[in-house]
Ligand binder design. Structure first.
Ligand SMILES: Cc1cc2nc3c(=O)[nH]c(=O)nc-3n(C[C@H](O)[C@H](O)[C@H](O)COP(=O)(O)O)c2cc1C
Length: 130
């Protein structure tokens, strides 16, 4: 099982977020991929997990997607279990995390430990929004 956490700068029209979310959920369901997409307004942060080949193929499509830029992989690792076994993709709007992700996009080097802390911080917010 592979897990990727990346951040990027949004270039999407906010009205198109819903379409992106619905497409992602459908496709991820077919590809056995789970995770969460966090939209801060100016940036995206996404956790995706699943079989390595399916995840790699998805990541290549995501990286080429013109609806965002500066895609930066913060974590890319093997894991023994999924964080989100039931969510093929859930979308969370997190305007409060916009500065945090923006700062990370401008930082030259982000250690895995720091990336992990940011991920935990963002995921800790999610139950508040379910
Ligand atoms: C921030 C962001 C997150 C995305 N996440 C996913 C995803 O989890 N699953 C997915 O299938 N597509 C996702 N996409 C869309 C892909 O980049 C791509 O448009 C889509 O997979 C193409 O699907 P198609 O080949 O069926 O047209 C995402 C795009 C963006 C901009």
């Amino acid at each position: 099982m592979r897990q990727i956490f990346y951040i990027s700068r949004s270039l999407i029209e906010p009205a198109d977020i819903r379409t992106l979310y619905e497409h992602s959920r459908r496709h991820n369901g077919q590809a056995d991929i789970t995770g969460v997409l966090m939209f801060t307004g100016g940036c995206f942060a996404q956790l995706i997990e699943g079989p390595a080949p399916a995840l790699q193929a998805l990541m290549e499509r995501i990286q080429a997607d013109p609806r965002h830029g500066q895609v930066r992989r913060l974590l890319d690792r093997d894991v023994t279990a999924r964080r989100f076994a039931d969510w093929h993709m859930e979308l969370f709007e997190m305007p409060g995390a916009d500065d945090l992700v923006d700062d990370l996009l401008q930082t030259t080097s982000v250690s895995p430990q720091r990336a992990q802390r940011v991920l935990e911080l963002m995921l800790a917010e999610l139950p508040l929004r379910c």
